[in-house]
Design a protein around this ligand. Structure first.
Ligand code: DX5
Ligand code: ZN
Length: 218
């Protein structure tokens, strides 16, 4: 398949220096931005004004991961802010097909995310409207958690649906991706790898991105 994409998560960066922290991973493919509302997940991070500021500060395509209630109401704003990809949670979206259309109309790719316990099968028809599928490999809410290998079955299912032409999307994984876990995710068929603590916890974040990408090549 094509060369793997690496998306450092700024959740593990220094929030007082977000522009410099984006520059520190200038060789990355996407910059992953975790938006949490304190309701859909038990943590609160940042919202639209901060995404708008990051968008001005970097040319790296922004991959916004909305862990929020009522994405039907809020997600399009993140597309209009110039995000490359906007991902919403299927557990939170009321009308995910309409939402995908609205995100695309606003100029962004549309992403759909599933928590570790959420199955894929009920959403295959919905996913026909999406450009990315974000498989959570930790419970959403916090960085630095341990990778859950049991979600790899879902990755393999998604890979099969794409390779057989039933879906046209990138398979993305988020949570606990590091030097020790990225290879099994790559083997299962992931296209795009989010990594927070493994990149921003490293002495040299740019080097960490290169190392992760090299390990993910299949
Ligand atoms: C967790 C977030 C992740 C998080 C990943 O809810 O969605 O993007 O930043 O952090 P690591 O890579 O440290 O697990
Ligand atoms: Zn995320």
């Amino acid at each position: 398949s094509q060369s793997p994409l690496i998306a450092p998560s700024i959740l593990s960066a220094d929030f007082a220096r977000l522009g410099e922290e984006a520059d520190a991973v200038a060789g990355a493919d996407w910059l992953h931005v975790d938006v949490m509302d304190g309701h859909f997940v038990p943590n609160l991070t940042l919202g639209l004004p901060v995404v708008q500021a990051i968008r001005k500060a970097t040319d790296i395509p922004l991959d916004c991961h909305l862990m929020i209630d009522d994405p039907d109401r809020w997600a399009v704003g993140y597309a209009e802010a110039g995000s490359y990809n906007v991902t919403v949670h299927v557990e939170a979206a009321k009308d995910p097909v309409a939402l995908a259309k609205n995100l695309r109309a606003a100029g962004a790719k549309a992403g759909l995310s599933v928590k570790p316990g959420t199955p894929l099968e009920p959403y295959v028809d919905v996913l026909k409207h999406y450009d990315t599928l974000l498989v959570m490999s930790v419970e959403p809410g916090f960085g630095g958690q341990s990778f859950m290998p049991e979600v790899l079955d879902k990755v393999r299912t998604a890979r099969r649906l794409v390779d057989t032409g039933h879906l046209t999307l990138l398979v993305e994984i988020d949570g606990g991706i590091n030097d020790d876990t990225i290879e099994q995710a790559a083997d299962a068929g992931v296209d795009c790898f989010v990594a927070g603590s493994a990149v921003y916890g490293a002495k040299d974040p740019a080097e960490a991105v290169r190392r992760l990408r090299a390990k993910a090549v299949r």
